[in-house]
Design a protein around this ligand. Sequence first.
Ligand SMILES: [Ca+2]
Ligand SMILES: [Ca+2]
Length: 285
Amino acid sequence: MIEFSKIGKLVAGAVLAMASSVALADHVPGIGFTEKTFTINPGAIGEAGCGGGTCKASFLDFSYKAEVDQVRTGATTASFDETGGGYFGTFRTSLGGPVVGGTGLNNNYSMYFVFTATGTTALSGTTIDGTFNTFNYTMYVDRNMNTTLSNAQAGGADQSIGVSGGFADDVAVLTGTLVQGGFHIAQGLANGDFNAIATAIALNGFFGGDAFASGEAFTDINGVNSIIKGIPKTNPFANTTDITIDGSGNTSFEPTPVPVPEPTSLALFGLALAGLAFARSKKKA
Ligand SMILES: [Ca+2]
Ligand SMILES: [Ca+2]
């Protein structure tokens, strides 16, 4: 049985990640992210919205659900496969800020995404730290607003989350793969947080603007896990099918992620500078 005394810190971290676009969860070290504005063009896929032109936004909110199958790899470690997806609610001009009006989202069309992921988990203090090894997603515009995501039951038969309903009308507008990402799992009101940086390849002319100007955009996917069910109580790392997760978050985009030196390389860099200064002072004397 693991304890979750770090929940206060985790919630604070998750709220920070939600409240500040530049705040990165500490499981995505070494990658800075400064979101740029992006545009959407509903007309590009035959939908009404944005006055027949484009709308500008910086963030897109979503809710999501996922199911996880895990295989024990040690006393306090496991590997996992995950499937999931979610629905998009609102485009915003800033994090938690004003809603971009007139986009047509959830009036003329809806938007959803599906993803698959693999990774590893390990006990870290009193929480579970997760690392993604793979994360593949595709975002769709559902023109007829009739596509639904299937459910998985915690602790039930092995299921996956995928699309059902009418998806012949759906248009892929964005797809990408993992750069780096991870998550925390804790017990309590908010069951941890997640953060992934992934590539963001615009499809069918829906996304554009500054964030996609280089032709090779990246997305920062941040959020909190609100409900997690099915983690084995006696050993959280035991073999299990269909741990279910519900959560919410937001995504933003930029043309290139800016690398941030790790503390260790910063320290080495400092040493190198000190050495250089020493060499210079010696040469001078
Ligand atoms: Ca499953
Ligand atoms: Ca549809």
